[in-house]
Design a protein around this ligand. Structure first.
Ligand code: AMP
Ligand code: GLY
Length: 442
């Protein structure tokens, strides 16, 4: 070893930024992630498998026609393209072990293995972990049979929340208003409405309070918190009608100020990570805590192992160009070396345009027309859309588009988002006009 004559300039040991990224998924969340990653320092290309009509058009992005469940195909394609970071969007492939397959092949993956994904994929497992970690959450009773569940109800004769244990595409939860509804929901789960996801269930006490979504990017030890977001789950204005995947969102949600977010870090996220580590789980990805702000403080309603949708569309435009380096550092287990993630000071507003009939049967195949004017602070993300061989982009799902705008305050941000929405069209377009009613001037 030779000693240099003069001391070398000391460079900070910061994690590198990936230049070649593979993103897996096809929703609005992935359109927003692809857009954000393609703008990051050092990123040259983002492949999206399989992507949608929006990701296909993004600058710096390229579609990869592989299913999100095709682990071997995705691994081979990633190795061939010398991918430096894989980001897995949806919970299904994570729960099925896609991140494990890709890691075993030597790739850096942002997204937990099947073990960590149980945080979302099994409500019973997640509740047991929370109990062990002392994380504030609703009282619960696990039941493996109809008889057990009905016995719980007999001992606690009150309307309960009934949750199918497994992944049920957001439809496995009934917040019962009456005893009869609770009983009916139990019968429905054990009658097989949710298939294997309903082989067991969790009954919970009903909590009340506003809900907020918190996202922690983690390498299993450290974490970076994103601005909290508020979703709008109901289809109808005034928060009425059936639950959906989410009809719009805004961030940062003032419901949770800096002190509130710190409280969530201390009482929810840090103990959860410690409990995961105690089980030998090296969780590298995002932990999404769905919280209810009750009179007794924030309590966890659910954990997810992925970004929320439409929260992701809402939050991504607020994040700085260090995002790709931060996700890579999480994937490599060295978040301490990552550059600081800058977060823009403004307000972000997102409105979802859904197809007629959503959240039930929807019409599909309608041409999507119109474009937004060029503005750095206005984005059009696609969710359920597909570009045909004729080049026309058509509706292909329940939630079709997300229009997102940033401004100094929520009034201006929502005005810009709704103005943007008026520029795009498809037959049967459905959206709520009151997204952000909590933070807008009437
Ligand atoms: P989840 O799929 O677990 O997020 O539940 C869907 C929705 O049901 C949540 O966003 C809440 O609005 C509601 N919910 C779930 N658990 C409870 C609870 N324990 N008390 C009151 N509402 C709940
Ligand atoms: N927006 C709620 C979810 O992604 O689960």
């Amino acid at each position: 070893m030779t000693t240099p004559e003069t001391a070398p300039e000391s460079f900070p040991e910061t994690a590198p930024s990936p230049s070649r990224v593979l993103l897996i998924g096809s929703g609005g969340r992935e359109n927003a992630l692809a857009w954000a990653l393609a703008r990051c320092h050092g990123v040259e290309r983002v492949w999206v498998a399989p992507g949608n009509g929006g990701t296909a058009e993004l600058q710096g992005c390229e579609a990869l026609a592989l299913a999100e469940t095709d682990g071997d195909g995705l691994l081979a394609a990633a190795l061939e393209r010398r991918i430096e970071l894989v980001v897995v969007g949806p919970e299904g492939p994570l729960a099925a072990g896609l991140a494990d397959t890709l890691r075993a092949g030597g790739l850096a993956v942002f997204g937990p293995g099947a073990d960590g994904a149980r945080l979302e994929a099994s409500k019973q497992w997640a509740k047991a972990l929370m109990l062990e970690a002392g994380v504030p959450t609703a009282l619960h009773w696990a039941a493996a049979s109809r008889g057990q569940a009905l016995a719980v109800l007999e001992q606690h004769p009150q309307p309960l929340v009934v949750k199918a244990d497994g992944l049920a595409a957001g439809k496995g939860v009934t917040v019962a208003e009456t005893l009869a509804e609770t009983r009916a929901a139990i019968e429905e789960v054990f009658a097989g409405r949710f298939g294997a996801a309903g082989a067991a269930l969790v009954l919970e006490e009903r909590l009340s309070g506003p809900e907020v979504s918190v996202f922690a990017l983690t390498d299993g030890r450290g974490m970076v918190l994103l601005p909290p977001a508020q979703d709008h789950k109901r289809i109808g204005e005034g928060d009425t009608g059936p639950n959906t995947g989410g009809m719009g969102a805004y961030a940062p949600a003032p419901l949770l100020d800096a002190a509130g977010l710190e409280q969530v870090r201390r009482t929810v996220l840090e103990p959860t990570l410690a409990a995961l580590r105690a089980r030998g789980i090296d969780y590298r990805g995002v932990i999404y805590a769905g919280l209810m702000l009750t009179a007794a403080g924030p309590k966890v309603i659910e954990f997810n192992c992925r970004f929320g949708d439409p929260e992701c569309e809402t939050v991504m435009p607020l994040l700085g160009p260090e995002l790709a380096a931060v996700l890579l550092a999480c994937a490599r287990g060295d978040l301490g070396q990552a550059p600081e993630l800058t977060i823009a000071p403004g307000c972000s507003a997102c409105v979802i345009a859904a197809a007629a009939g959503y959240p039930g049967e929807v019409r599909q195949g309608d041409a999507i027309t119109g474009t937004l004017g060029a503005s750095e602070q206005l984005q059009l993300f696609h969710a359920g859309s597909r570009r045909g061989t004729d080049g026309v982009c058509r509706t292909a799902g329940g939630r079709v588009l997300a229009v997102v705008a940033q401004a100094e305050d929520f009034d201006a941000a929502f005005a810009a988002a709704y103005e943007g929405l008026s520029q795009v069209h498809f037959e049967g377009i459905t959206f709520r006009r009151d997204i952000g009613h909590q933070v807008r001037r009437p």
